[in-house]
Design a protein around this ligand. Structure first.
Ligand SMILES: *[C@@H]1O[C@H](CO)[C@@H](O)[C@H](O)[C@H]1NC(C)=O
Ligand SMILES: *[C@@H]1O[C@H](CO)[C@@H](O)[C@H](O)[C@H]1NC(C)=O
Ligand SMILES: *[C@@H]1O[C@H](CO)[C@@H](O)[C@H](O)[C@H]1NC(C)=O
Ligand SMILES: *[C@@H]1O[C@H](CO)[C@@H](O)[C@H](O)[C@H]1NC(C)=O
Ligand SMILES: *[C@@H]1O[C@H](CO)[C@@H](O)[C@H](O)[C@H]1NC(C)=O
Ligand SMILES: *[C@@H]1O[C@H](CO)[C@@H](O)[C@H](O)[C@H]1NC(C)=O
Length: 271
């Protein structure tokens, strides 16, 4: 009698423990699923929120075209051309004489263009502004968007993020017309670097007579390293399509700051 009762109690305890364990596992799984799916939803919400700041944009169509580029694909198998449909869905506005390119000067450029509404960077375009600083990828066998475990810029050559920026930079370069400006970094030994997006993609899209001239603004701090005579800048000049003019100005960052805040200065008069 005694031992039978004890065995029954023991078994009941065991069953209770198993049930408890199952409940814990289920709860953890639910929490994980909610957290992970919320993260994916967050990406779409961020995308749509930024997109809707552009009046008249058909953001749902743009989102659908965007997703097609990387959904259900391996992390490192997304080619720049995969983004052709989304580039077509949200074409670059042409803005002659106002396009601003940059390489290794992102913060200074945006501080400047943020204060002075004269120039447009790729991050001011719809797609550029929607995806600036975001990371995303898909996965083979899934139609979801992920934001964790994705290869970023340096993860692999055909990463969804890198291919996107390569593709949109080509579109941005194609849209160049009139006089274009590029801000390069005078603190670097080689301000015009072959492997930069500007050198390897954008500048190659400038064609004469659509593009009239390229103005280099070499942003120089107090003790700058390079000036406009640098050989890499000579390479830039020599590599331009025939007929495109070239100019280079060394501009202290203090001068940029002062000029950006001066409402009297017209566009382009800061150097
Ligand atoms: C130029 O590059 C240096 C080194 O990467 C960086 O510290 C500096 O902020 C850059 N200058 C500008 C104007 O962006
Ligand atoms: C993902 O695929 C499922 C099944 O094919 C489908 O029902 C669902 O609508 C798809 N979701 C998206 C976001 O495309
Ligand atoms: C474009 O640049 C050229 C040469 O640098 C200059 O002569 C011309 O006035 C500029 N045009 C505009 C619209 O800024
Ligand atoms: C960059 O490309 C130019 C022209 O192709 C070449 O002359 C130069 O040596 C290259 N520079 C580097 C650092 O690779
Ligand atoms: C530019 O830099 C070179 C050395 O890199 C120097 O010899 C030259 O005098 C400088 N030119 C100007 C105008 O500062
Ligand atoms: C100028 O450009 C060349 C590469 O084109 C580089 O090797 C050199 O170090 C650069 N900078 C200076 C300060 O000379």
């Amino acid at each position: 009698m005694e031992s039978g009762l004890e065995r029954k109690r023991g078994r009941r305890k065991l069953i209770m423990a198993v049930i408890l364990a199952v409940i814990v596992v289920v709860v953890i799984a639910i929490i994980l699923a909610v957290v992970l799916s919320r993260r994916d939803d967050d990406f779409k919400r961020e995308f749509m929120g930024r997109c809707q700041k552009f009046k008249g944009a058909n953001c749902q169509t743009i989102w659908d075209a965007f997703q097609q580029a990387y959904i259900n694909k391996d992390h490192c198998e997304v080619l720049p051309e995969a983004y052709d449909p989304v580039i077509a869905a949200a074409p670059m506005e042409s803005a002659c004489n106002r396009l601003m390119f940059w390489s290794k000067t992102k913060d200074v450029v945006h501080e400047f263009t943020g204060k002075k509404d004269c120039f447009r960077t790729v991050e001011d375009s719809l797609l550029g502004s929607v995806l600036d600083d975001l990371v995303w990828c898909g996965k083979k066998g899934s139609n979801e968007t992920f934001t964790t475990g994705c290869p970023g810029w340096k993860g692999c050559v055909k990463s969804p993020v890198r291919s996107f920026w390569n593709r949109i930079s080509a579109a941005f370069g194609d849209s160049a017309c009139g006089n274009v400006t590029v801000m390069l970094n005078g603190s670097l030994q080689t301000p015009f670097h072959n492997e930069s997006i500007f050198a390897s993609i954008e500048v190659k899209r400038f064609t004469s007579p659509k593009v009239k001239a390229l103005n280099v603004v070499l942003v120089t701090p107090e003790n700058f390293v390079t000036n406009c005579t640098n050989a890499s800048l000579q390479n830039l000049k020599m590599g331009l399509d025939e007929g495109i003019g070239y100019g280079c100005s060394e501009v202290p960052d203090s001068q940029l700051e002062a000029c950006a805040s001066d409402p009297e200065k017209p566009c382009g008069a800061c150097w």
